[in-house]
Design a protein around this ligand. Structure first.
Ligand SMILES: Nc1ncnc2c1ncn2[C@@H]1O[C@H](COP(=O)(O)OP(=O)(O)OP(=O)(O)O)[C@@H](O)[C@H]1O
Length: 278
């Protein structure tokens, strides 16, 4: 039976299944994303986080099940209508050759253009605001390929911002960034959330997730292990189940939220995800 949609839910995955070439990666997954909140998806490498984000944006249609956006079936919406409401930043976006910063960010306006109205003052303003919010105004005419990895990440964020969608799905938006730059991206996401946007981020840094998320989704092998408010959800037992991680949870002395400290142990190579007994 399909679960009822909670009142505060803007995006919902109902009984989602995903197969890659006949191999099941996600089977019967149900999730809801609360409106106007910052949701973080956590889980081990390969557990299906990126696949889930792609299904939630219809970039990858589910093999079975459906995604509802504000009460509408996502699959029934046109590409532009969908992109006006929901933006996805994938993990490794493909950079068009020779493109400049402003030109790439302008592509975020595509869903707002029609046959009759190709480019408007609203588009101009949205691009200028996105460049300014990401500190890229002075680099507008730089070729994106000439920027550092961290600067390029900001350009992709600016593109998503220029799209002006209510929902933003960001797959590892802090990867390749130094710690200061990671925190500015997280604070930026928090500010967007304070403006009423809904954000869904895939992260690997559990402590950042605990600091910034209103809602956590913990995945393991294509399933949702747990979802809810971080403080209520997180436990040493859950971390063991989700990551085979042996950790203590203490109070973050800075932010007051839960914080994990991995125990000093001999961990087997991360890819076989087992913890040796002490
Ligand atoms: N295009 C594809 N073809 C076949 N299998 C795929 C494809 N993309 C992903 N998979 C498989 O689906 C599973 C989930 O992959 P996914 O990229 O969603 O995981 P993830 O949790 O985002 O991982 P990571 O943390 O490493 O980014 C993995 O087993 C992966 O090998």
């Amino acid at each position: 039976m399909t679960p009822k949609q909670p009142k505060d839910c803007i995006l919902q995955g109902q009984e989602l299944h995903l197969d890659y070439a006949g191999k099941s990666v996600i089977a019967g997954l149900n999730i809801h994303i609360p409106r106007g909140r910052l949701t973080v998806i956590l889980g081990t490498n390969g557990c299906g986080k990126s696949s889930l984000l792609k299904m939630l944006s219809q970039v990858l249609p589910p093999s079975k099940g459906r995604v509802m956006l504000d009460g509408k079936t996502l699959a029934d919406m046109g590409n532009k209508e969908r992109a006006r409401q929901l933006a996805l930043l994938v993990q490794k976006p493909e950079l068009p050759e020779g493109i400049e910063v402003q030109e790439l960010v302008s592509r975020g306006r595509y869903p707002h253009q029609t046959l009759w109205q190709q480019w408007s003052p609203d588009d101009e303003r949205a691009v200028a605001n996105a460049l300014s919010a990401t500190g890229l105004t002075g680099m507008a005419r730089h070729p994106v390929a000439s920027l550092s990895g961290g600067q390029q990440q900001r350009v992709w964020l600016a593109l998503v911002l220029a799209q002006q969608s209510e929902v933003l799905l960001l797959d590892e938006p802090t990867s390749f960034l130094d710690i200061r730059a990671q925190l500015s991206v997280m604070d930026f996401c928090k500010a967007l959330r304070q403006q009423g946007r809904t954000l869904v981020l895939v992260l690997h840094d559990i402590n950042q997730a605990l600091r910034y998320a209103d809602h956590l989704l913990l995945m393991r092998e294509g399933r949702i292990l747990a979802q809810g408010a971080p403080t209520a959800l997180i436990s040493e037992q859950l971390l063991r189940e989700a990551f085979d991680l042996d950790a203590r949870i203490i109070q973050d002395p800075e932010a007051g939220c839960p914080m994990l400290i991995p125990r000093v142990r001999q961990y087997d190579h991360a890819w076989d995800r087992r913890v040796r007994p002490a």
